[in-house]
Write a protein that binds this ligand. Structure first.
Ligand code: DGL
Length: 252
């Protein structure tokens, strides 16, 4: 058995967006060892077909399971659509971001109306409206897949990114939502631009109900290692918003 990563909890995204979730996990669990995997070679997930995303996410989690990681955090809403099918197939704890984020948004909204900004695939999957309805909350979804390449290309501070945000969000104030879910883990990187369209609404970033496996806990500071299926230097550049990510390429 390959035990190289048996003391690591894996955090997975299509790219560097999931680092926004990892930052939170590291703060909460500083003694936990994390392996971050950016599937940059297949990024973006959000504009692909359901079958393509499902197959790819199963391959990625299979790769991690064969390396015997102790848990998997799907730090990606689009991948989280397949959380149940992954749980059925792999015998390890798999955490997703959608259900806990809905719970947080439902506890935040007062007027019971939440705007969800997400990828095309997440919007199509309709998972946020379904789960929020269980809390008696209405969801208004906006597909913003076009934001992802700006984060991956380290091009957030450009006029082109400003116009993409303006095009996608100019009607957001009409949604009358008092809470906005950043339903793609890349979007907190554009938070300063997004808040120009959210008025007084509260912003909810993705959260996860993670329980660190005891085998992953170091005595002092946990280790963090970073893999990308794409170009390591591009991932390093795109992840400058997150300190100390040094990616190594791996094929999956
Ligand atoms: N970060 C991902 C999410 O949370 C998806 C980005 C993409 O690959 O389209 O949905």
């Amino acid at each position: 058995m390959n035990t190289l990563f048996s003391r690591f909890a894996a955090v997975v995204d299509s790219g560097v967006g999931g680092l926004t979730v990892l930052a939170d996990l590291r703060e909460k669990y500083p003694r936990c060892n994390f392996l971050y995997l950016a599937d940059s070679a297949y990024c973006p997930y959000g504009t692909r077909s359901e079958a393509d995303i499902r197959n790819r996410v199963h391959s990625v989690v299979g790769w991690l399971a064969r390396r015997n990681v102790a848990a998997v955090v799907l730090a990606c809403n689009t991948a989280s659509l397949f959380a149940d099918s992954l749980r059925d197939r792999f015998d390890l704890p798999i955490y997703d971001v959608v259900a806990p984020t809905c719970r947080l948004a439902a506890a935040t909204t007062v007027n019971k109306r939440v705007a969800v900004l997400a990828t095309e695939a997440t919007v199509r999957g309709n998972v946020y409206p379904k789960l929020l309805a269980e809390y008696g909350v209405d969801a208004v979804q906006t597909a913003c897949s076009g934001f992802v390449p700006f984060v991956e290309g380290a091009a957030v501070d450009t006029d082109a990114c400003d116009s993409a945000v303006d095009n996608a969000l100019k009607d957001l104030p009409h949604a009358c939502a008092d809470t906005v879910i950043l339903g793609c883990t890349h979007f907190p990187v554009l938070r300063d631009k997004i808040v120009r369209y959210t008025g007084s609404a509260r912003i909810v970033q993705c959260v996860v109900d993670f329980v660190p496996p005891s085998v992953c806990l170091s005595r002092r500071h946990g280790k963090c290692i970073f893999f990308t299926t794409g170009d390591a230097s591009a991932a390093n550049k795109a992840s400058e918003f997150f300190s100390k990510a040094r990616f190594v390429h791996t094929d999956i």
